[in-house]
Design a protein around this ligand. Structure first.
Ligand SMILES: *Cc1c(COP(=O)(O)O)cnc(C)c1O
Length: 344
């Protein structure tokens, strides 16, 4: 095959969109996991009767690699993504990827694409593992074979102006997840059902939807792909996971960091009225980091936080998380140094 040359992007103009890189990790399961390959193609052959594309038997992950000041590339808490992918595999009757296999694959794909990891402070390399039922299955049931693919893409901020606050809408009878469903794993099928509603909300000038629980239509759950937090009188609140909320690694990390920073945390159900009475709100996710919420609309009533500016607790947590992820050396953040896996 002729060698390809892929341009390294302009680091200053990175946004959250797909850009080609050098290599993709590909591994097939056919009775056992075969040897991996590093593919230079962004296309993958898949059987037309594959359970992933017919029935949604597929899960994904999202994590990031970034450079510290010295230029060392680090991946944030990959063992938690490994564990979550295993939980998802079990729920979706898929062949699992064991932790060592996952971590080695992440290391390898990042090392092979090291030139696409942005310089310190310019963004990160987004890592997207996919586990798909790739063998033919006409009757509904688990596929006979699986593909474990990891592609990467250098990214900047998720929301257009990453430092600004976003505008959320709480829809009245639209839900993301139900009890007994797959809201607590990163199933590929979880996202398409919301696209119609999110597109409509974007036309109305919102950035995302903030979903209520499906059973009571009352308790705040999360945003489309980010967990939700509120701050009231210095206390940090977030809803309990409960099977319908995706257990975010950023959520878990922010709760850990808040404790060390002396910010009291409380995991409890939040109603719309609680959120409207809050001093600050923010969302968390690997893609979005800590994203300040400037306003929330529910039934045509709008609650604005800090005049749409970033609140002090949000700012503090955002900075601390960013410092931890970029390997900053603060005495206070020492307990979190081990969260970064160095890959070279
Ligand atoms: C991935 C995801 C999140 C955030 O999880 P992180 O591990 O923090 O990236 C939150 N909600 C949903 C629905 C998600 O898919």
């Amino acid at each position: 095959m002729a060698a390809r040359t892929i341009q390294v992007p302009q680091w200053d103009s990175l946004d959250f969109s797909y850009r080609p890189t050098g290599y993709t990790y590909v591994q097939e399961y056919k009775g056992c996991w075969e040897d991996y390959t590093l593919s230079q193609s962004s296309d993958h052959r898949i059987h037309q009767a594959a359970s992933a594309i017919n029935y949604g038997q597929g899960i994904f992950e999202g994590l990031k690699a970034q450079r510290n000041k010295e230029g060392t590339v680090m991946v944030f808490r990959p063992e938690l993504n490994a564990a979550r992918l295993q939980d998802g595999a079990k729920r979706m009757c898929m062949q699992k990827v064991v932790q060592k296999q996952f971590i080695n694959a992440i290391k390898l794909v990042v090392q092979e694409n090291h030139m696409f990891v942005p310089p310190f402070g310019k963004g990160s390399l987004y890592i997207r593992p996919l586990l798909l039922g790739s063998g033919p299955k006409l009757g509904i049931g688990p596929a006979p074979s699986y593909s474990f693919i990891i592609f990467v893409s250098p990214v900047g901020p998720y929301f257009k102006d990453g430092t600004k606050s976003i505008r959320l809408k709480i829809p009245e009878d639209i839900h993301r997840a139900t009890l007994g469903g797959t809201g607590c794993i990163k199933a590929i099928g979880n996202y398409a059902p919301g696209m119609y509603h999110v597109c409509k909300a974007k036309e109305e000038g919102f950035d995302e939807l903030l979903y209520l629980d499906a059973r009571n239509n009352k308790y705040i759950e999360e945003c489309g792909a980010a967990n939700f937090f509120a701050v009231k009188s210095g206390v940090l609140y977030t809803p309990p996971l409960g099977g319908t909320i995706l257990p975010g690694i950023t959520r878990r990390s922010v709760l850990g960091i808040a404790e060390v920073l002396g910010i009291p945390t409380e995991i409890c159900p939040l109603e719309v009225s609680d959120v409207f009475a809050a001093d600050e709100c923010f969302c968390t996710g690997t893609a979005a980091g800590v994203t300040s919420v400037g306003s929330i609309v529910y039934q045509d009533v709008e609650s604005v936080y800090h005049d749409g500016a970033v609140g002090p607790v949000t700012q503090k947590l955002r900075d601390a998380l960013q410092d931890v992820k970029s390997g900053a050396q603060h005495k206070l953040l020492e307990p979190f140094y081990e969260w970064n896996m160095r890959v070279g």
